[in-house]
Design a binder for this molecule. Sequence first.
Ligand code: ZN
Ligand code: ZN
Ligand code: FE
Length: 793
Amino acid sequence: MPSCGRWKIGVEGTVQGVGFRPFVYRLARSLEVTGFVQNTTDGVMIEAEAPIPALEKFVSEIRTGHPSLARVHNVVHEEIESKEDSDFQIIVSKSPSGFNTEISPDIAPCDECARELLNSSDRRHSYPFINCTNCGPRYSIIQSLPYDRPKTTMQKFEMCDACADEYRDPENRRFHAQPNACHVCGPRVFLTRFYERTNVPTYERTNGAEILSTAELLNAGKIVAIKGVGGFHLACDATNSEAVMELRRRKRRDEKPFAVMVADIGAAKTLCHISVTEEMLLTSPERPIVLLKKKAGPQISDAVAPNNKNLGLMLPSSPLHYLLFNFDARRMTHDLPAGRHGARRVLVMTSANISDEPLVYTNADALERLAKIADGFLMHDRDIHIRIDDSIARVVDGKSQIIRRARGYTPAPIRLEFEMPPVLALGADLKSAICITRGRNAYLSQHLGDLENPLAHKSFEETVEHLQNILGVTPKIIAHDLHPNYFSTRFAYDFCQRQATSDKRQLVAVQHHHAHIASCMAENNLPDENVIGIALDGTGFGTDGTSWGGEVLIANYKSFERAARFKPVPMPGGDAAAKEPWRMAISYLSLVASRQSLAIDKLPLSERIDSKSIQLISEMIEKNINCPMTSSCGRLFDAVASLIGLRTVNSFEGQAAIELEQIADEREGGIYNYDIGTRDQGPGTIDFGPMIEEIVSDLSHGTPNSTISTRFHNTVMDALVKVCLDIKTRVSNLESRVCCSGGSLQNAILATRLKKRLEHCGFRVYTQRLVPPNDGGIALGQAVIAAHKFRDS
Ligand code: ZN
Ligand code: ZN
Ligand code: FE
């Protein structure tokens, strides 16, 4: 018999609440290993006793065979004294602080649960809240730590005997599955409907046929508010243009695309072109909305995503969604039009809110705030503790990239290369998200919307509170954007004031684009060495008090230098210029040296904007009235989109830029002129005036917009590469690393081709994948910068 040993094995990572201990238990039993497993502050700790070869196999299986939701960062082991236990046990411990456990995100039904859900002989057949240790709600239902049923919104449901047996059985898939429930003991779904025959706002409930009745409402072109994992969706039949238009009207949302949900990947493939990577993303347990290229053909209403080649598509993320696609149509009270039933249906599933207000997530709020929008409410009595929107992701350059980080991803940490002090970083005001750090982990909150909307403030404050609680972190450093008027900046000051004690709290203001670049550096685990940072976005407060946005920085985690920027131009009317791209077109035309000879009235722009308005804006620029300067990249895209007549007014953020990108003709290789100003003291200047002049000339020669768009993209990229090459020759110790971030990097042409061009010139290029390149990723950069500055101060 080979010699026995006892090993103490430490496993670090996301290994709690994801079925990891039962996995270790079953593995130990199968290898005849004795000892125990328990949760610790950093993961799990195992003591294992067996012949050495069995222990070796045990450890290797832990590394490679663990449950899919677990993330194992590190496995270490050491030899210890034998204890000769008689069996292997799961020790259900509350760690002393009870805090440092990692909470799993909310996860879509696993394959086994999905099968049971649709299996008519299973005791949970058609049960909308089926879950197990491998799936189900987590972050959205946890009120405080330790993660235990009484500390979740499941507390009011007492498990029946059958559920309790599963919960206690280490061999069972539902061992310690905190939200475990069934038809007998768990939450219930109900449909509440505006009573249609009177105008009296009374609501009726249906009994036992909620899903069918919901399907009937949807088929009749009605709008139904459906409670999902992190909040309500507004749903309607995506093939019914009238229904979709009515939803737009009631929701006050003109053209911003709606996301759709379909039953499964098969149904998804009939609507969109889907690569292998995109399929993996769609079907991943996180179930984000994935931006995909629409297939031709009138399968869904044009009103779902007007003037857009892409479609945001997701698969069901809760068992209730599964049932919406899998009800028994034979039980319906009337026949369905072909193609509208069950598995073939396509539903608009858009966040339940009016305009840009925060997502509705409580039943009471839904009935009140959505009363004028929804015809029916498919609700349930499992409360959502903290709202969390759908995540949005896409595949760029063959790899997935998160654009909006929320359900399915929050609060999974970003793993850093270095130990962090406890920092609270408050992000920016648009696409708000905060970040809290603990040890080597950075926890980004879910997307919190736009803080320009006062209704979002409460949600922001709650999240700051909640994240601190569930992480057990008391921040010592508070990081915020440099913008003095941001809500998040004022919040940072108030927060420090309120908590003012003798401890060393420090308030650190971080420049917006420095934060973008540091976010990219941190995500890519780069060391604290200078990189070239290309930060392209709409706006960010600069150290000179003006609005920045087309920036090339030389940056590390502590400091940065503004090496170059797009030549600042006037923004006539300030923020109004972001909503009305035509103002930026006029502004950029003012850069053109020979502008006196420009026949503005011959430009496509003039067909849409009257000459008086153009005159007025021109005068504002000339006399410098309400014309703050900006080096924004987003505004440059707006200007060009408007100049060629694509779009004069944005009905949602980035619309003009998106349309400009989508018309680009991939085959075109042309490029326009630009100037790179010589550097004396300040940053270098990239002047696109010559480009604007050539675009005007192209327009007068009838060059197609698709050609102009591509030449424009090529010009921007060419200028940036040239600036990078110049920096490389000028600055030593650069290691040739380039980090690209900022909202404009959501432009797929920039994201893919700029990277290729830079790599072609010998640069190592880093982009963002786990963290959004837009302002949703700012907080991570702020946190890392603040920690490094604090350390050195
Ligand atoms: Zn499951
Ligand atoms: Zn039960
Ligand atoms: Fe930004």
